[in-house]
Write a protein of this length. Structure first.
Length: 195
């Protein structure tokens, strides 16, 4: 089975380097153009997506004839009090600095911690894989967020890398292979390449 994980195109908040997790921003003009420039694939019949408008818009542009199935568990991390702010705006915020110094692992005040976030994304990913295996599908396309992709890749990609080692730009992502015969006892993605 071939797996394609794509990050959504740019929003205004992305261009300003803001923490955009639960904020439901649409794509900006630059993002819509970038989605088209990065390739349109009308032959793809089915796409899974985060329900956030930036992901659904990206999926609609890149896969114009696909049926889009959304999963709430593919949403980006909830950054709580950090939401909508830039790192520069929080440079004197001791709570933010402690979170960064801790590797961005702890709970964002009023939001999620990375373990909770990655767990929910990986459960959703495993459910999507299981559904597609039952139906005998050979291609799974997911349009989601940078954090969602990093969490899934950290958990499943081989050879492994740390979470931030899987960062992708907007409209970027990964293509990988999954061996259905060993997935149930050794869930892993192999032959990984950047898109």
């Amino acid at each position: 089975m071939e797996i394609v994980l794509l990050r959504h195109a740019q929003t205004a908040g992305n261009l300003e380097r803001r923490y955009i997790g639960v904020t439901d921003e649409p794509l900006c003009t630059e993002g819509k153009l970038a989605a088209v420039r990065s390739g349109v694939f009308p032959q793809v019949p089915l796409v899974y997506s985060s329900p956030m408008i930036r992901c659904v818009q990206t999926a609609t542009i890149k896969f114009p004839t696909a049926r889009i199935i959304t999963s709430n568990h593919l949403r980006e991390m909830d950054f709580g009090e950090f939401e909508g702010k830039t790192a520069d705006e929080m440079i004197h915020d001791e709570v933010y600095q402690a979170w960064v110094d801790g590797g961005c692992v702890g709970r964002c005040p009023g939001g999620e911690n990375r373990q909770q976030f990655v767990s929910r994304c990986c459960v959703a990913f495993s459910e999507i894989i299981g559904e597609n295996m039952r139906f005998g599908r050979r291609l799974v396309v997911i349009v989601a967020h940078g954090g969602t992709i990093m969490g899934i890749m950290e958990r499943f990609a081989r050879p492994g890398r740390q979470y931030f080692g899987w960062q992708v730009k907007n409209c970027g992502g990964f293509r990988a292979q999954l061996d259905e015969e060993i997935w149930s006892y050794s869930p892993q993605l192999v032959d990984v390449s950047r898109i």
